[in-house]
Design a protein around this ligand. Structure first.
Ligand SMILES: Cc1cc2nc3c(=O)[nH]c(=O)nc-3n(C[C@H](O)[C@H](O)[C@H](O)COP(=O)(O)O)c2cc1C
Length: 370
């Protein structure tokens, strides 16, 4: 018997395989691609794969729950959708499909500065919505954008700090990647903001847009200006160094995302899961710590929790679902993460995410138990 496509999705990799058969090659490369030789992309997986959980026994797991609280919002699992730009390149439903699925799954959706759908339409889905901010050269534009996202009902602001300029994504550069026709940055008026629309050999349109709009001079002092503009809780995304984490936690941040942008920025950067325990230690519970970059299963979420994270961001698997079958397939992918996490929690002897923080973790290479 052939299963209908959605039931056939038993892992995010199944959605990826379906997406590969649907997406134009250029968009597939944009989603799956990484910076440089892809060393950090691979390291993210290797780091998670070599972590081994040490289950607890005799703990009564007749009742389990995956529920958590992220940045003050109750969630059905300790996860949110990562900010990913231009989702209409992947499926005509774009951000609306993914946000509706996040809402149905009971997890927050992170909308992007470079969203292909306006923020008002995204919050109208009813999803708990966070907003990812790139530091724009034009402070007036930033101020307007902040006022706009607050008015739309966004509940947290996530400032990306690992992108003073775009990583060298060779596949996009070689192809002179351009967004598919009709896919634009919904928060910017093409003419007015002078966004370069086209790519050319050696330059991707997205890298050109980032260079045009994003201000690489961002530094710690600017965070004060940002705090003065908004009452929203602030999260810094893209922190790997414990000293940076300590400094951020010293200020008024609500959270950090330990991330290397899914290997899309500095190739050769440390795997996010390897950085996580050091960041957790440096933060010492002064703010929440989330992990992204390579999360592909409920077990990966459990590993992140065991290393001290409060939750994770789900990246490419959401786009694979979106490509494979719009909102319904994203629901399916998010449902898998929830089912797998619940299952893994029970088998590890944890009635819920809080108990997971007390699990020990062994490393296949390097030996020993932490
Ligand atoms: C197609 C695509 C677009 C992305 N756009 C953004 C963005 O606009 N801002 C941002 O902070 N991160 C962006 N990211 C990075 C994700 O937020 C996240 O850090 C990364 O996807 C995690 O790695 P993983 O997908 O391998 O799990 C993007 C990722 C992808 C795949």
């Amino acid at each position: 018997m052939t299963l209908p496509a959605l039931d056939g999705i038993l892992t995010p990799a199944d959605a990826q395989a379906l997406a590969a058969g649907i997406l134009p090659a250029s968009v597939e490369r944009f989603v799956d691609g990484a910076a440089g030789a892809g060393l950090t992309l691979d390291a993210n997986r290797t780091a998670l794969d070599r972590l081994h959980l040490v289950p607890r026994v005799l703990t009564d797991v007749s009742t389990t729950s995956t529920a958590a609280t992220l940045l003050g919002a109750p969630t059905t699992l300790p996860a949110a959708v990562a900010p990913m730009a231009y989702q209409k390149a992947v499926h005509p439903m774009g951000e609306l499909g993914a946000a509706r699925a996040a809402s149905a799954a009971g997890i927050p959706f992170t909308a992007c500065t470079f969203s292909s759908t306006p923020i008002e339409d995204i919050t109208a889905t009813g999803a708990t919505t966070w907003f990812q901010l790139y530091w724009l050269r034009d402070r007036g534009l930033t101020r307007d954008l902040l006022a706009r996202v607050e008015a739309a009902g966004v509940q947290a602001l996530m400032l990306t700090v690992d992108t003073p300029r775009m990583g060298r994504r060779l596949a996009d550069l070689r192809a002179g990647f351009t967004l598919p026709a009709g896919v634009t940055a919904a928060h910017f008026a093409l003419g007015a903001d002078g966004l370069p629309a086209g790519g050319r050999d050696g330059v991707s349109a997205i890298a050109a847009q980032t260079a045009h709009l994003v201000d690489p001079s961002l530094s710690w002092a600017d965070l004060e200006w940002l705090h003065a503009q908004t009452t929203l809780p602030l999260v810094l995304k893209g922190v790997l160094d414990p000293q940076d984490a300590d400094r951020a936690a010293e200020g008024a941040v609500a959270g950090l995302v330990v991330s290397n942008h899914g290997g899309r920025q500095l190739d050769g950067a440390l795997a996010a899961a390897d950085a996580l325990p050091y960041v957790v230690e440096a933060v010492a519970e002064r703010c929440q710590v989330l992990l992204d970059s390579g999360i592909r299963s409920g077990t990966d979420i459990l590993k992140a929790l065991a290393l001290g994270a409060d939750g994770v961001l789900l990246g490419r698997p959401v786009l694979w679902g979106l490509a494979a079958g719009g909102e319904a397939a994203v629901r399916r992918v998010l449902g898998l993460f929830q089912e797998e996490l619940e299952h893994a929690l029970a088998l590890a002897g944890c009635p819920g995410p809080a108990a997971a923080a007390r699990l020990r973790v062994g490393r296949a290479l390097g030996g020993g138990i932490r």
